[in-house]
Ligand binder design. Structure first.
Ligand SMILES: Cc1cc2nc3c(=O)[nH]c(=O)nc-3n(C[C@H](O)[C@H](O)[C@H](O)COP(=O)(O)O)c2cc1C
Length: 483
């Protein structure tokens, strides 16, 4: 029996959430494939504005992006973006992509509209042609585009918002405001600012679409957390309704929460997690809200165990990341799966790679090129830039993966730059949208969960597999659905 959390009427909750995977690994195709099969498909909204303008510069060969753009409720925005970025037939692969201005606390109305449009397009395409529900994943830590992203996704009727990588305490209230087309405001983290002087990010729908056609659906909100104490705080002190939680452990793909307590590292320099990092599921049950378990749960046994523990189901990333509908390039999927079969693959939890400061899982597979520290540092996408207070009291922006001199000149600590990778450029290369530079194309930086190595038994004997295969494997294997 599926549970329900809808206050007005029963709507089934999914047993499987396909985890949001940035950037655009879980794009609209994957989310749609999952949602059509009755589970929750989740698009990634991270950096999706840059994805949109790169797809347009590559000629939007199937016309999907332009079809969705025609449905955006502010048509002048689509017209302007098309004029500026669409290249009929696509640019040549060695022609660098045109870039968007990097995010700052306040950006132009046009820049905000592009973010709204891109999130709209992604959700609209994922929802097109079926009645299933679709979620969007955003990272709390990438604060600056988030309010415009949420509004854009809501204009397309997004059903769920899932956010981790930080404490999204103010997002529920923002969703309530945006559903009424009211101004939304959240606190903005500024390094060097005293606690007495708060900085804010604001987004005002009326500045873009004053003649709106009535309230929008308020999506359900599921924070992604790694400690029951955080779930308790969010359930009690968030600025609005929280509808459930994704409980994510340190084996999950992408970013992980750092271990609690004094940092300790193993012989490979990976952070060591211990008892204190295990989420207290009894406390989760006591909260009385639905929850899904994530991180190494993508197996029939994982789903069974989650259900037995009182969870509504599981959130799965890695298994979906290598299916046919994933946006990881075919070359990467083939190379990684081959390396899994020959046991020549390793997932390293790198405590330094991500400029966010969170541990980040990096796939090292035989035969696969990967970004390393020989990359000439360039910061031109900039989603991981953080704000700091300059000596004259203004806001500056820096990223610890940018050129070292620039970072230090902006007051950054040189030790912060050690081992950092440019996640922005690496993740765009993962999905076949690498920037072209004089030195060649940007190289990928692939992430997966620790469970990647156990994919071998699932893929053995298959030429490839679909999202539907993953869902059937999990549900049938766990005895939730019949063959
Ligand atoms: C390629 C990849 C990218 C990911 N990107 C994100 C992301 O952008 N935001 C996020 O909240 N989680 C991200 N995750 C985590 C997944 O949403 C999911 O919670 C996790 O993968 C579950 O663990 P599993 O990989 O063991 O199945 C990513 C995971 C993978 C494999």
């Amino acid at each position: 029996m599926k549970q329900s959390l809808d206050r007005e009427g029963p709507l089934p909750l999914p047993e499987i959430i396909q985890g949001g995977m940035g950037v655009a690994v879980s794009d609209w195709r994957l989310a749609k494939a999952v949602s059509r099969h009755g589970q929750l498909g989740v698009v990634s909204g991270t950096a999706i504005d840059t994805i949109l303008v790169r797809r347009l510069q590559d000629g939007d060969p199937q016309g999907d992006v332009r079809r969705a753009m025609r449905h955006f409720p502010i048509p002048a925005v689509s017209v302007r973006v098309l004029e500026r970025f669409f290249v009929p037939g696509g640019r040549a692969p060695d022609v660098p992509y045109k870039l968007l201005p990097m995010y700052r606390r306040v950006v132009s109305a046009e820049r905000e509209q592009l973010t709204m449009l891109a999130n709209f397009v992604e959700v609209w395409l994922a929802k097109e042609g079926h009645d299933g529900e679709v979620g969007i994943n955003l990272l709390t830590k990438i604060q600056m585009p988030n309010l415009a992203s949420l509004y854009g996704a809501m204009l397309a009727g997004v059903d769920y918002v899932l956010m981790g990588a930080g404490i999204p305490r103010e997002i529920p209230g923002a969703l309530d405001a945006l559903a009424e087309h009211n101004l939304a405001r959240i606190k903005f983290d500024v390094e060097g600012a005293s606690s007495a002087e708060a900085h804010y990010l604001e987004f005002d729908p009326a500045a873009h679409w004053p003649e709106h056609g009535g309230p929008l659906k308020r999506p359900r909100f599921l924070p992604i957390i790694s400690a029951s104490s955080l779930a308790t705080t969010l359930a009690r002190k968030a600025t609005g309704r929280v509808d459930g939680f994704v409980v994510e452990g340190p084996t999950a793909g992408g970013h992980n929460a750092p271990p609690r307590g004094e940092p300790r590292f193993n012989e490979y320099g990976e952070p060591i997690y211990g008892e204190r990092d295990v989420v207290d599921l009894e406390k989760m049950r006591d909260l009385g809200l639905p929850f899904w378990l994530a991180g190494g749960m993508g197996s029939p046994e994982g789903l069974k165990a989650a259900l037995a523990a009182g969870a509504t189901g599981i959130q799965v990333g890695t298994l979906f990341a290598y299916c046919d509908e994933s946006e990881l390039t075919e070359e990467i999927r083939t190379q990684v799966l081959a390396a899994v079969s020959s046991e020549k693959v390793r997932v390293r939890t790198d405590p330094r790679a991500s400029p966010t400061g969170y541990p980040f899982k990096v796939v090292e597979a035989e035969g696969m090129e990967s970004q390393d520290d020989t990359r000439v540092r360039v910061c031109d996408i900039g989603y991981l830039r953080t704000a700091y207070l300059t000596a004259d009291g203004k806001l500056g922006y820096r990223c610890s993966a940018e050129p070292v001199d620039a970072f230090v000149n902006k007051g950054g600590d040189i030790s912060d730059t050690i081992g950092r990778r440019c996640l922005c450029n690496g993740l765009f290369a993962n999905i076949g949208l690498p920037q072209a530079r004089n030195e060649g194309l940007e190289l990928p930086l692939v992430t997966s969960g620790d469970d990647l190595t156990s994919l071998g038994s699932f893929v053995a004997g298959r030429a490839g597999y679909s999202a539907a295969d993953v869902i059937a494997h999990l549900l049938v294997g766990a005895g939730v659905a019949a063959v």
